[in-house]
Design a protein around this ligand. Structure first.
Ligand SMILES: [Mg+2]
Length: 422
């Protein structure tokens, strides 16, 4: 592990982000729409789908990802060009771009379909050379692929990612150990990776508004208000974050994400099992969204009152991080593999075959529905982050006094593994 100890090893890391990726690919393949406001939408037939991506011009009209097509139309009444998402094409283009990154390093780590970290420490050892190398990559992607990227250059992954957000589109930004206090510290706290709604709310309550405020608050105070995450945020803000960029092909240290529970009393029927499995599925899905992973296999495990244990797995047609899908598959697996000879003492849900590029579904899958559900589950995540787990519960849980208190996030449950990026 290379750590940021001055005078020992200085890493140089890029974070490259394709600008307006889906919309840019559509404009690339269809030059006649290049001067239009373009939105990429999810569904061909229904026409009332949602905006998955937009180009710069559409952005100028205030159109946002997640808007309904109707809303987008209101914001840009004159000429809005709508195209239906072609995920297979985006994946192909993403691979072409990432293959270019891989010419520069064996450490290229995807962060979604359009972003990647590249550790170029073995090629360059100072920021001037690093800037020139980033410029070379930026220009190659324009000339060889026809797309623009924003690249952040820095000495850790967090600042590299922040750097790629500084200038858009088509630019390189450098954040060094000597300039980060001027460049990074005035930025809003939520610009830092991992500062979501609930963390931001807690920070603002304590008058911590910028990344510099986070650094100045000190590790101990942040720990008091945010727990362990507070310590991590302090490291992020002060440039001490030192996780590695994963090697090509070296997949996640995370092989699976799971949660299990021994119930307060034995379960005696399928409705009770359903309720518990969905709660577990929700906590697993929430964890997956936090670490930006999708899974294409679901496993259910259960122990009977006789302490016999079973585990059954099912592959999925495409990767998911939706609780609804995971819960449904887990329940099906349970139903197909258990005949209720004995009562059930404990249950577990686990996902495996993890990947960090979710859009492997082909054009026949209903991308629009998937995105809507994803949006909904993220809203639930954020509400629970702000108001506690109990603020929203599935109807099937509320019917049962014992299950109503089941909180998959309390200390007695282990959502494992705990960590991805650190
Ligand atoms: Mg992007």
């Amino acid at each position: 592990m290379f750590c940021m100890i001055v005078g020992v090893v200085m890493r140089i890391i890029f974070h490259s982000d394709l600008n307006n990726f889906y919309a840019s690919v559509e404009c690339l393949y269809n030059p006649s729409i290049r001067n239009d406001a373009v939105v990429v939408v999810g569904d061909a037939e229904k026409r009332h789908g949602i905006v998955l991506a937009k180009n710069g011009l559409a952005k100028k009209y205030g159109i946002k990802t997640g808007d309904t097509i109707w809303e987008a139309q209101q914001k840009c009444p004159t000429k809005l060009t709508k195209v239906v998402a072609r995920f297979d094409l985006y994946r192909k283009v993403s691979k072409i771009v990432k293959d270019i990154y891989r010419e520069y390093s064996d450490r290229v780590e995807s962060f979604g379909i359009d972003e990647a970290w590249i550790d170029v420490s073995e090629r360059v050892s100072n920021f001037e050379d690093a800037y020139n190398l980033a410029e070379e990559i930026r220009k190659r992607i324009i000339t060889e692929v026809g797309l623009t990227v924003s690249i952040g250059v820095s000495f850790n992954k967090i600042f590299a990612k922040l750097g790629s957000d500084l200038k858009k589109p088509n630019a390189v930004s450098v954040i060094t150990p000597t300039n980060f206090k001027q460049v990074v510290w005035p930025l809003k706290c939520e610009d830092l990776l991992m500062v979501g709604h609930s963390t931001k709310a807690k920070l603002i309550k304590n008058n911590i508004k910028t990344i510099g405020d986070i650094a100045r608050a000190g590790k101990n105070f942040l720990k008091q208000i945010l727990g362990k995450n507070g310590e991590k945020l302090f490291d992020f803000a002060t440039g001490k974050e030192c996780s590695e960029v994963q090697k090509v092909g070296q997949h996640d240290e995370i092989k699976s994400i799971g949660n299990s529970t021994t119930c307060a009393r034995n379960l005696t029927n399928i409705n009770e099992v359903r309720a518990v499995l969905y709660v577990l599925a929700e906590s697993v899905a929430n964890r997956m969204r936090e670490v930006n992973l999708w899974a294409s296999c679901v496993a259910v495990s259960f122990k009977t009152e006789q302490l016999e244990t079973f585990e059954r797995q099912q592959k999925l047609d495409y990767p998911t991080n939706l609780a609804e899908v995971i819960g449904h598959v887990a329940l099906d697996l349970f139903k197909c593999n258990y005949n209720w000879e004995y009562q059930i003492r404990s249950l577990g849900v686990r996902v495996l075959n993890l990947c960090d590029e979710p859009l492997q579904y082909n054009i026949f899958n209903d991308a629009q529905t998937i995105l809507k559900k994803d949006k909904l589950e993220r809203i639930v995540d954020s509400l629970r982050g702000r108001f506690g787990y109990g603020v929203i519960r599935r109807a099937c849980i509320l019917k049962d006094d014992m299950l109503v208190d089941l909180n998959p996030q309390d200390a007695s449950h282990k959502i494992h593994p705990k960590s991805f990026i650190y």
